[in-house]
Design a protein around this ligand. Structure first.
Ligand code: A3P
Length: 321
């Protein structure tokens, strides 16, 4: 933030020379840092976050692989946490992209400032992250803050990611992969922004088994199947269960409706505007919102190949898709 070249910048330049490099599906350069593929423009922010972030006991962290339902989970979490501040008719979600209300560490906060002052955020603070569980700052693990993780059928995640990347990420001076086939080769090796997906998923899965009071693990498909049930689970997990009175008043249903794909997609704010750093239009976060759309984009052979890779990686974990 101070303009000049700092010791930290020099370290980063040296570090970059030593890290494995590859390409995301949109052609964006990726660096492998502590086992995770970071887009080049997020790496220094990701490192600053890992080094400097200090968690508060009241924090809530929404964690995910991109394109797994992050936007939805941010909206739901924001609504549950702030339900006593705003009635659904005056929710900030009606006039702000969920990512502007719950900001990411790597692609917003630590990108704008190497060591942002986050202490003045009103409690409870809610943040988003794509960093894998083992690399989270120790203070997140040591504090009493809560982590909610969402994942999604990896084939749907891959297709959503591919269509998003190819169409929307600022690709100036990049040489994008030419087709989903080429991107698919990388995917099968786990080379994808914030991948490998199996490491993202497994890190949070194991943490949720070891520390169920700390990490809540959600699947996009389960959430779609029963939003109400999972909203109750979420509120309980966060230590703010819905009261009988709230249930009677239909508060849970109102949150479900407010955060539904159809409602969010229809809002003016989500049809206008562009994300500052990635250049993605807000509308890019609301494409189709369906389960199983991969079948319209991947051949059965590709799906089979990826499924075999995933199954091998998840073997013995008790987790499957
Ligand atoms: P599709 O590309 O399959 O439509 P993320 O929020 O992690 O970037 O994930 C984006 C995916 O979630 C997109 O999937 C998007 O359409 C879907 N999505 C966004 N908002 C949603 C909502 N409120 N309910 C269900 N799905 C949603």
């Amino acid at each position: 933030a101070n303009g000049g070249t700092t010791v930290e910048d020099n370290h980063l330049q040296e570090l970059l020379l030593t890290l494995p490099r590859d390409k995301n599906m949109d052609g964006a350069p990726l660096y492998l840092y502590k086992g995770e593929w970071f887009p080049d423009y997020t790496l220094s922010a990701a490192i600053s976050f890992q080094k400097h972030f200090t968690a508060h006991d009241t924090d809530v962290i929404v964690a995910s692989m991109p394109k797994s339902g992050t936007t939805w989970l941010k909206a739901l979490t924001f609504s549950v946490v702030n339900r006593n501040l705003y009635s659904p008719k005056e929710s900030p979600l009606l006039t702000s992209l969920p990512h502007d209300l719950v900001r990411f560490f790597e692609t917003d906060l630590y990108l704008e400032d190497k060591n942002p002052n986050l202490d003045n955020f009103p409690a409870p603070r809610i943040f988003g992250t794509h960093t894998h569980y083992p690399s989270l700052p120790q203070s997140i693990k040591d504090s009493r803050c809560k982590i909610v993780y969402i994942c999604r059928n990896p084939l749907d995640q891959a297709v959503s990611d591919f269509l998003f990347s190819l169409k929307y990420i600022n690709r100036k001076n990049l040489d994008p992969v030419s087709s989903i086939d080429e991107g698919f080769e990388n995917l099968c090796r786990g080379v994808q922004m914030f991948g490998p997906i199996w490491d993202s998923v497994l890190g949070y899965w194991k943490a949720s088994l070891e520390r169920p009071e700390k990490v809540m693990f959600l699947k996009y498909e389960d959430l779609k199947e029963d939003v109400i049930f999972n909203l109750k689970r979420l509120a309980e997990f966060l230590g703010i269960p819905f009261t009988q009175e709230e249930e009677k008043q239909g508060v849970i249903e109102e949150i479900e409706r407010l955060c539904s794909f159809e409602n969010l997609k229809s809002l003016e704010v989500n049809n206008t505007g562009v994300r500052t750093h990635s250049g993605a239009p807000h509308s890019a976060f609301f494409r189709k919102g369906e389960v199983g759309d991969w079948a319209n984009h991947l051949t059965p052979a590709m799906a089979e190949r990826f499924r075999i890779v995933m199954e091998a990686k998840l073997a013995g974990s008790g987790l499957s898709f």
